[in-house]
Design a protein around this ligand. Structure first.
Ligand SMILES: [Zn+2]
Length: 252
């Protein structure tokens, strides 16, 4: 068995690529959101964001109300000071000016009180909507948490799968001659984790010789290369894209 794989390094390379693909999928499952939960997850996130946004609106309105209330208080203090000054006026002109100031500040107080009231109304309205939204979210949140728990319970078996695949990958790496392995890894890196390209027969025209091409880049594959791959399991690169060529069905 060992001798055979030594003679056919391509077989181990194919196995290694397969194991690497499976490892990637298992890691995605382990660290990502499972497909079955995707919709629920998206809905949950969207509702949560809505609640947070509404909560921010409540806070904003409350802040505006407090600001208006504080300014009202300041204006009332000012009005009180003016009222105290009335007894100290010395003539009709001063009296008129003071009354003018008092009218202005009274208008300001009125405006500020209206602002505070409007902010309070906005705050209460947002608060009511928030309560409603939270009420509706409860059921979704519970369903989400239950699914999450179920998923957490499944994780250990996926983690085991990852571990097993990592072990298998280590064994396969040992089996491939170091020079071939480093070539494979270079191609793997260059082509985003997929180092292999299938050799495909090109449709025969007339009764000419069978022609082959790279299934990824379509470049012609030399007949000699096809023989080497199918007979000896040699590692042969596509002349154009430099991926490692393999034949899916050596009999065909
Ligand atoms: Zn190619």
């Amino acid at each position: 068995m060992a001798l055979e794989t030594m003679e056919r390094p391509l077989d181990s390379v194919i196995d290694l690529q397969q194991a690497l693909n499976e490892l990637e999928q298992a890691n995605e499952r382990l660290h990502g959101i499972p497909d079955g939960m995707r919709e629920l997850h998206d809905e949950h996130s969207a509702r949560k964001q809505e609640i947070e946004a509404l909560g921010a609106s409540v806070e904003e309105a409350a802040g505006e109300r407090r600001q208006a209330e504080a300014e009202t208080q300041d204006a009332q203090e000012k009005l009180k000071t003016y009222q105290e000054q009335i007894s100290a006026v010395r003539n009709q002109r001063e009296y008129g000016a003071l009354l003018q100031e008092m009218d202005t500040i009274k208008d300001t107080i009125k405006t500020l009180e209206e602002q505070a009231l409007a902010a309070l109304e906005r705050q209460e309205e947002a608060q009511d909507s928030l309560e409603e939204l939270k009420e509706g979210f409860r059921e979704l949140d519970e369903r989400y948490k239950a699914e999450l728990e179920k998923w957490e319970a499944e994780k250990p078996s996926v983690a085991e799968q990852v571990e097993a695949l990592e072990g298998r990958i280590a064994v396969l790496r040992e089996r491939i001659p170091p020079s071939s392995l480093s070539l494979f890894e270079r191609v793997l890196e260059r082509h985003g984790g997929q180092a292999l390209a299938e050799v495909r027969p090109v449709e025969r025209v007339g009764r000419g010789q069978q022609i082959w091409s790279c299934g990824t880049c379509n470049y012609r594959v030399r007949p000699q290369a096809v023989v080497e791959i199918s007979n000896s399991g040699s590692i042969v690169f596509c002349d154009s894209c430099k991926r490692i060529l393999y034949i899916a069905d050596p009999a065909g």
